[in-house]
Design a protein around this ligand. Structure first.
Ligand SMILES: [Fe+2]
Length: 168
């Protein structure tokens, strides 16, 4: 049986993964509206991935006999100046999620809930991958001298994001 504080954290994470999915869906919509098809595809794929994260935690809570509560999911930000701002928003969001996941691992360890600790390890590896991925995107932007302005660099970034999604 999960300790109530661990069950609460995991339930909050179910809702956080839903929010993350919506954040990426909104970023994808913004990119679509701007004609950035590659970036739209990339963020759309990420939105689906966050949904699978939600499913994983949902399943774990069900296996543990914990009733899941889906709460109100906050509306994600909608206004962005350019693609660089979108990329930075996504990266900052990933850092926040990483901190939440590490907190669950830490709390599980504190109460000697090694089952949850083992479960959440997958997410730690996943967040590491996300941070590496966004690190690559940011260094590509730097290499291209991309600051979000329209032009060749924007076109390259859009194609780069499309390629990342197609090879994922
Ligand atoms: Fe996630």
């Amino acid at each position: 049986m999960l300790k109530p504080e661990i069950a609460k954290l995991l339930n909050e994470q179910v809702n956080a993964e839903f929010y993350a999915s919506n954040v990426y869906l909104q970023l994808s919509a913004w990119c679509e509206a701007e004609g950035l098809e590659g970036a739209a595809l990339f963020f759309r794929g990420h939105s689906l991935e966050e949904r699978t994260h939600m499913d994983k935690i949902f399943d774990y809570l069900c296996e543990c006999g914990i009733p899941v509560t889906i709460g109100a999911i906050a509306a994600p930000p909608t206004q962005f100046a350019n693609l660089m701002e979108v990329i930075n928003a996504a990266y900052q969001h990933e850092l926040k999620v990483s901190a939440m996941i590490k907190n669950i691992a830490n709390q599980a360890f504190q109460v000697q809930d090694y089952t949850t600790f083992n479960f959440i390890e997958w997410f730690i590896a996943e967040q590491h991958e996300e941070e590496v991925l966004f690190g690559k995107i940011l260094s590509k932007a730097k290499m291209l001298g991309f600051d979000g302005s329209p032009g060749q660099a924007l076109h390259h970034m859009d194609n780069f994001l499309r390629a990342l999604e197609q090879h994922a």
